[in-house]
Design a protein. Structure first.
Length: 141
């Protein structure tokens, strides 16, 4: 549907769960297929742990190992991350920058972004129940 309508999307993946044998998670071949259809892949860390609650070294490893794993397996740069649970603070933001990310999404609602805060992007929460009218209202709002 996204492709047909000309929309872009990003799938943020937990790299430690790819090909883990659990059929509810994506495989590398499915990720490659998504990319061929125009869906970009971003990081959602290695194990989806709350980075604000981890020691700096562990939070940095979650960010860096995920990015490197995705880049190695996908064959291109991965510079976007979605913070697990949307949780971040100034320390996590600095760690994400140090790990090589240039954009990061939070769960803070909104469409207005600041060029001064590329590692604290807001987003709209679109659910199965949102519908076309709900999405239109969000975009107008």
């Amino acid at each position: 549907m996204l492709q047909r309508l000309g929309f872009r999307a990003t799938a943020y993946v937990v790299s430690g769960r790819i090909s883990a044998g659990d059929p509810s998670f994506l495989t590398w071949s499915l990720l490659h297929a998504l990319e061929k259809r125009g869906i970009e892949i971003g990081s959602h860390t290695v194990r989806h742990r709350d980075l604000t609650q981890l020691p700096a070294a562990d939070a940095f490893a979650e960010l860096m190992v995920s990015r490197r794993t995705l880049e190695r397996r996908l064959g291109h740069a991965v510079q976007w991350v979605a913070y697990p649970f949307g949780r971040f603070d100034a320390r996590v933001e600095a760690l994400a920058r140090r790990a090589g990310y240039v954009l990061a999404t939070t769960t803070r609602p909104g469409v207005r972004q600041s060029a001064r805060a590329p590692l604290a992007l807001r987003r709209l929460r679109v659910l199965d129940s949102t519908g076309v009218r709900g999405l239109a209202a969000m975009l107008d709002g």
